[in-house]
Design a protein around this ligand. Structure first.
Ligand SMILES: Cc1cc2nc3c(=O)[nH]c(=O)nc-3n(C[C@H](O)[C@H](O)[C@H](O)COP(=O)(O)OP(=O)(O)OC[C@H]3O[C@@H](n4cnc5c(N)ncnc54)[C@H](O)[C@@H]3O)c2cc1C
Length: 237
């Protein structure tokens, strides 16, 4: 039988709300006209004015045909210039997906490391929202989030709140360009310290964000003796 390429299915949707989280990172809540189901950690392709880009879903599926995205504005970026300019609440877009295999294990018998920079937080917010809402049994979770300054901290108050509800969640924000009461430097020092100081249960490492951080973390973890099957990556560029 002749090979038939899969046709892409684009669903119609609306920007239900647009919320400024920091100066450069906004939360876009998207509502679809049709039934839309997804798993925590997946991503979608969105199309606005003919421009298509991928974004990790930052929420968990509460069955309302809607989802949240955390998007950072890039200077001169084709789609983000539209999203942070012309696009308004109530405006329309098209969505393809959900896609991707950046997923939690079926049962969580391992300690989990969620290591990210910037909007790489998005799929981890989705995982944590799911764990919190569905009261999913888990081991220890280390959320290590790197960014430049205090004003770039995404969802900081929210994560501090979620830490109270999610037993065993350690939230470690790290600033690379500012001294503050929390950790300073890069994410690498933080996971290395935890690994060296803690008796971990068969840890799984999830890495999300821009290429350099992921490749460096992956190499460090492999050098520390962890199997590449336990290092799961979502690269944004
Ligand atoms: C699976 C997946 C999930 C993603 N999830 C998210 C998400 O949740 N949130 C999010 O904000 N982005 C996410 N991205 C990135 C997103 O798809 C776009 O690449 C980004 O929004 C830039 O699009 P643009 O059209 O504005 O810029 P473009 O016009 O495509 O790019 C401008 C230039 O900047 C470079 N570039 C892209 N991103 C960066 C960056 N952060 N820093 C420096 N240079 C960069 C590009 O390589 C390009 O050369 C994801 C990408 C993938 C593949």
């Amino acid at each position: 039988m002749a090979y038939k390429p899969k046709t892409k299915v684009w669903l119609k949707g609306q920007f239900e709300s647009i919320i400024k989280i920091t100066e450069l990172t906004w939360k876009f809540v998207i509502k679809l006209e049709k039934n839309f189901k997804y798993q925590a950690g997946q991503y979608v392709n969105i199309k606005v004015d003919g421009i298509t880009r991928s974004y990790s879903i930052a929420s968990y599926d509460s069955g309302k045909n809607s989802f949240e995205l955390l998007i950072v504005k890039l200077d001169g970026g084709a789609l983000t210039t539209l999203l942070f300019g012309k696009v308004k609440e109530g405006g329309s877009l098209e969505v393809e997906g959900p896609k991707g295999k950046f997923l939690l294990p079926e049962s969580i018998d391992s300690d989990l490391f969620f290591i990210c920079t910037g909007t790489g937080l998005a799929p981890f917010r989705s995982f944590l929202d799911l764990i919190k809402q569905k009261k999913i049994v888990h081991k220890n979770i280390y959320l290590i989030f790197g960014t430049r300054t205090r004003s770039d901290l995404l969802c900081y108050d929210e994560m501090l709140e979620w830490k109270k509800d999610i037993k065993g969640l350690d939230y470690i924000p790290v600033l690379s360009r500012e001294e503050w009461e929390g950790a300073s430097g890069y994410v690498h020092e933080q996971y290395k310290n935890i690994i060296n100081d803690t008796d971990l249960t068969d840890p799984i490492f999830y890495l999300c964000g821009w290429r350099n951080m992921i490749l460096d973390s992956r190499r460090n973890l492999k050098d520390m003796g962890f199997d590449s099957k336990k290092i799961i990556c979502e690269i944004y560029d």
